[in-house]
Ligand binder design. Structure first.
Ligand SMILES: [Zn+2]
Length: 162
């Protein structure tokens, strides 16, 4: 991982040492140990009139496929705010978080927090990193991307989610 090659405190090239049972980058000059934190994302599951709101991705990974609105959590940001912010950016809708649905951990190391939400107001407009945004019924779901979206949509199709 390139970001851990150099000490953030003094710029010396790090060495990898075993610390607390893991190999971690440590600076041989000043002793600073870099702890690599996981990437975290938040997504919103928005249903209205028995239709689910999905966003068509403009960029890879999953370019052209459909996923729940959401994105990476900024440092210091409440994940609920991430879900609200990303939904507004990608779909034009202001949403209200209603409850926590699930937390996903996938092989690429990203932790994704999924919230149920409802539309407050706003006009449906695809923007930011969304090509298109639409409401889908259980019978007309498009090609999906990401384990979290696929899993939640499967539960919704099975009527395990409202
Ligand atoms: Zn250093």
């Amino acid at each position: 991982m390139a970001v851990t090659n150099y000490c953030p405190a003094c710029g010396t090239q790090n060495e990898y040492i075993s610390h607390d049972g893991r190999l971690r980058p440590k600076c041989p000059a000043c002793g600073y140990i870099t702890y690599v934190d996981p990437k975290c994302a938040a997504i919103a599951f928005i249903v209205e009139n028995d239709r689910l709101l999905l966003v068509q991705r403009a960029y890879d990974p999953g370019k052209g496929k459909w996923g729940l609105p959401g994105g990476f959590i900024e440092a210091g940001e409440d994940p609920k705010e991430t879900a609200r912010r990303e939904a507004l950016e990608e779909t034009g809708l202001n949403i209200e978080i209603t409850n926590l649905l699930d937390v996903f951990f996938v092989e690429n190391g990203v932790i994704t927090i999924a919230y149920a939400a409802k539309r407050l107001n706003g006009d449906l407009t695809a923007a930011d990193d969304a090509l298109d945004v639409r409401w889908f019924t259980r019978e007309t779901l498009p090609e999906l991307v990401f384990l979290s979206t696929i899993t939640l949509c499967q539960r919704w199709v099975n009527h395990e989610l409202g």
